[in-house]
Design a protein around this ligand. Structure first.
Ligand code: HEM
Length: 326
């Protein structure tokens, strides 16, 4: 989890990407085709607000992972809450995902990034499926909507890609950034201090409990209330989330992020994230960085989930496009 020097990063990203994988530029081109050319905003979860806080592992966390973040001392965190979509004008009342991205940084300088969403599943089984879906949703010339026939053909050929939208469609959106669970979605290999390696997925559960909008709330609050609500809430008292691991049983697929494991699987609370400050407006420490989930540390190593393995390199490519004049 130690952040590599700039010279080492491209090599690490190359190693993180399977040989036959898509080029990171092809993946980000597909995001731009569907969502528009990247200027300064992220191509995914473009709308967001920076925050800061601290993560304190539990004794169980220290037992279950040798990673520096779980060593015992509180770890400062750079945080970004976001709303799904390619535009900073995305609606806060849309039935899409909200997000919680975190960079942990220990006193010794070890960094660990993650980007979590308010759904337990993802909308693609592989990076190739994600890119095919984005290509099917490519905007027409002069901002015309995507070709409905291409979208229908993609959906018919890739039914797994509809599971996340179906899950979200069955629920009202969160009432606050502070009142929804955020799932890591992908499985990881946790190496414990006992030498055991255990597959696990994580979720950040809100200490405030899960609360969703009513239809009347959504109409009253409108498309842009989440950041201000979070600022007001944190000004009153810190907002907390418990990080909980879920362990698979025999037969649970650790490589498929479109399927959630049954709720009765064993769980362990491994730490608490406390959000103590929210930026007063746009910008902040989370803006010029990307939450690059790199596979560098045996304490929380990648599983064989191809989606997880396909993430870091396109995130770096998107960061480069949104921070370099083009
Ligand atoms: C192959 C799979 C994936 C690809 C290619 C991909 C691609 C991207 C890209 C290019 C960005 C913008 C990064 C930036 O500009 O800094 C992004 C952001 C994001 N992605 Fe993914 N993603 C993938 C899978 C996932 C999964 C499985 C999740 C769910 C946990 C997820 C959650 C997020 C979140 C929350 C953000 C916004 C992070 C922030 O606030 O900075 N992505 N993704």
């Amino acid at each position: 989890m130690t952040r590599p020097g700039a010279a080492v990063l491209p090599l690490l990203l190359l190693l993180a990407t399977p040989a036959a994988a898509l080029e990171p530029a092809e993946v980000v081109d597909a995001f731009e085709g569907a969502g528009g050319r990247i200027t300064t905003f992220r191509p995914s979860h473009a709308k967001g607000v920076c925050a800061a806080g601290e993560f304190t592992p539990t004794a169980e966390g220290t037992r279950l992972s040798v990673a520096p973040t779980f060593a015992g001392a509180p770890v400062p965190a750079t945080i970004r809450f976001g709303v799904a979509g390619a535009t900073p004008r995305a609606s806060d009342v849309a039935r899409t995902t909200r997000s919680l991205a975190i960079r942990f940084e220990t006193a010794a300088g070890d960094q660990w990034d993650m980007a979590n969403i308010s759904a337990p599943i993802f909308g693609a089984r592989t990076p190739e499926m994600l890119v095919a879906g984005l290509r099917a949703r490519r905007a027409g010339p002069n901002g015309q909507p995507a070709d409905p026939a291409a979208v229908a053909a993609f959906v018919a050929a890739n039914p797994q890609s509809t599971r996340q939208a179906a899950w979200l469609g069955q629920r009202m959106p969160p009432a606050s950034f502070a009142t929804t669970p955020y799932w890591g979605v992908n499985a990881f290999r946790f190496q414990g201090r006992d030498g055991e390696v255990r597959h696990a997925r994580w979720v950040f559960e809100p200490a405030a409990g899960e609360q969703r909008l009513t239809e009347a709330d959504a109409a009253r609050l409108g498309p842009d209330f989440l950041a201000a609500e979070l600022r007001a809430r944190v000004a009153q008292a810190p907002v907390a989330f418990d990080m909980v691991l879920q362990f698979p049983a025999a037969g649970d697929d650790v490589t498929d992020p479109t399927v959630a494991w049954p709720a009765d699987r064993p769980r362990a609370t491994v730490g608490r994230l406390v959000v103590t400050a929210v930026e007063p407006g746009p910008g902040g420490a989370c803006d010029p960085i990307s939450f690059l989930q790199l596979d560098q540390e045996p304490g929380v190593a990648f599983s064989d989930d191809p989606v997880l393995q396909g993430r870091a390199a396109p995130y770096a490519e998107a960061l480069s496009r949104r921070t370099t004049p083009r």
